[in-house]
Design a binder for this molecule. Structure first.
Ligand SMILES: [Zn+2]
Length: 152
């Protein structure tokens, strides 16, 4: 019983010593960071901070990519429901081109939309993440989803 108590006391002393050591190490590292990060010697902390900054930037880029893709996918689907028929006089929704508000709205962004679509197709061919909607013919080919996009 006495021996066990002595072991506990020794373990507590060792833990206290380790905590003091780590606290001092943390203070040194914090001091390096706050004093002059750019001139600090290359080390684990600097490498870690750089990787964290890069990771944060990559995460922000991925978020922006997905948000843009979601918006473009909505426009892409709207374009599927409202675009000029081959005769050039009517929208595929059945209204005259001049009477289709959606077609007029899309006219201002179709070149951006088609540029984005081509960019996504290129990414898809390279095996990169792409933001094409699942109804897109290329995605349907790959995933077997049924498209409702009208042709013509
Ligand atoms: Zn229309």
């Amino acid at each position: 019983m006495q021996r066990r108590r002595l072991e506990e006391i020794e373990r507590d002393r060792e833990n206290a010593r380790r905590i003091k050591e780590l606290t001092a190490q943390l203070a040194d590292l914090s001091d390096v960071v706050s004093r002059d990060y750019a001139n600090a010697p290359i080390g684990d902390l600097q490498s870690w901070l750089r990787s964290q900054l890069v990771e944060d930037a990559q995460q922000a880029t991925r978020s922006a990519f997905r948000a843009r893709s979601a918006a473009m996918a909505v426009l892409w689907n709207l374009d599927g429901l409202h675009h000029e028929s081959p005769n050039g006089k009517t929208c595929v929704c059945g209204r005259k081109v001049s009477d289709c508000r959606e077609l007029r709205f899309l006219a201002d962004c179709t070149s951006t939309l088609y540029g984005w679509e081509q960019q996504q197709l290129d990414r898809l061919k390279k095996g990169l993440e792409c933001g094409l909607p699942r109804e897109h013919p290329e995605m349907v080919k790959r995933n077997g989803y049924t498209t409702y996009r009208r042709v013509g």
